[in-house]
Design a protein around this ligand. Structure first.
Ligand SMILES: [Mg+2]
Ligand SMILES: [Zn+2]
Length: 266
C-alpha cells in the first residue's frame, strides 16, 4: 500500500524522497493547452486547408461572434460537409500539423516518467482532432485525460461538435472554462487519494489565464514567450496584481523538459 495514503505525510515530501519511500502516486500534474502549445498551429484554422481553394466564404468567416466559437466551428464543419470533404481527408490534413518545437521530446520524456507526472490536456479544440493528432504521433498514452469539446461524425459524414460544459465564469467563452475543468479534475483526484505537490500549467492563449489565476504559490505557470497568456501575466505584474504561482516563460518544449528534470531530482 502507498505510504502516502497510510497517512505518513509522505505526500508533502519532494518527489524523489516519496519515490524512495515507495510511493506510487505521481507528484506533479502537468496541464497542457493544445493549439499553439502542443501543436504550433490552431487546429480549427488548419482544417480550412480542406475547404475548396483552402478558404471559407466571407459570409461564413465573418459570422463568428465573440465567446461562441463552438457554434462557429459547427458552421465551418457543415460547410466542409456540404463541400464534400470527408473524414479521411480531414484526418490526413490534420495529422500534418507541426508540433511546437521541442514538444515531441517533452511528451516522450513525460511518457517515460509517468511515475512522477500525471498529464492532461484542456483545450478548446475538439476530441476528434486531438485524438487523430495524438494517436498519429503515438502520444495518446502519455495523456491521462483530454478535456475538450466532444465531436463526432454523423451518419451522413458530417463532423459535429458540442460545448464541453456549461459554467458560470464571466471571463471565459460560453463552452469552456478551463479553471472549472482543472478544479474538478484536482477534486476528483483528491477523492481518489492523490494530492499533487505541484501543478504545472503550459499554455499560450487568453483562455488559459482563468486557470492560471487559480494556481497557488507552489505551482508553476508556463506561458509561451510572446503569446497572449504571457502578455496578460506580465500586465498583471505591472498592475501590482501578480499571479500567485511562479511563472516560467518558454519558447521550446526543451526548456520545459529541462525544468521537469530538475523537479524530479529535487
Ligand atoms: Mg492555445
Ligand atoms: Zn473561467
Amino acid at each position: 500500500e502507498c505510504p502516502c495514503l497510510a497517512g505518513s505525510g509522505l505526500r508533502w515530501l519532494p518527489a524523489a524522497s516519496r519515490h524512495a519511500a515507495g510511493c506510487p502516486s505521481p507528484s506533479f500534474l502537468l496541464v497542457f493547452d493544445f493549439d499553439y502549445t502542443v501543436i504550433d498551429e490552431n487546429s480549427d484554422t488548419w482544417i480550412v486547408k480542406c475547404a475548396p481553394e483552402e478558404k471559407l466564404p466571407n459570409k461564413l468567416r465573418n459570422s463568428y461572434q465573440k465567446g461562441h466559437w463552438t457554434e462557429y466551428m459547427s458552421r465551418v464543419f457543415r460547410y466542409l460537409g456540404d463541400s464534400g470533404v470527408r473524414e479521411d481527408e480531414m484526418k490526413r490534413t490534420m495529422t500534418t500539423i507541426p508540433f511546437t518545437s521541442g514538444m515531441r521530446d517533452l511528451l516522450d520524456f513525460i511518457g517515460k516518467n509517468k511515475d512522477f507526472f500525471d498529464c492532461i490536456i484542456i483545450s478548446d479544440s475538439n476530441t476528434v482532432f486531438i485524438d487523430w493528432i495524438l494517436k498519429a504521433a503515438n502520444f495518446h498514452e502519455v495523456l491521462d485525460e483530454v478535456f475538450t469539446n466532444p465531436a463526432t461524425f454523423s451518419g451522413t459524414g458530417y463532423l459535429t461538435v458540442q460545448n464541453f460544459h456549461t459554467h458560470h465564469c464571466a471571463k471565459c467563452p460560453k463552452n469552456l472554462c478551463k479553471r472549472k475543468v482543472l478544479e474538478e479534475f484536482v477534486d476528483k483526484k483528491l477523492q481518489q487519494g492523490v494530492k499533487y505537490t505541484k501543478i504545472i500549467y503550459v499554455g499560450d492563449g487568453g483562455n488559459d489565464l482563468c486557470p492560471v489565476t487559480s494556481l497557488k504559490k507552489d505551482d508553476i505557470a508556463m506561458p509561451r514567450q510572446g503569446y497572449t497568456l504571457q502578455k496578460m501575466i506580465s500586465q498583471m505584474s505591472e498592475d501590482f496584481d501578480p499571479v500567485q504561482s511562479s511563472v516560467l516563460v518558454w519558447s521550446s518544449g526543451i526548456e520545459i523538459l529541462s525544468h521537469l528534470k530538475l523537479l524530479i531530482k529535487e
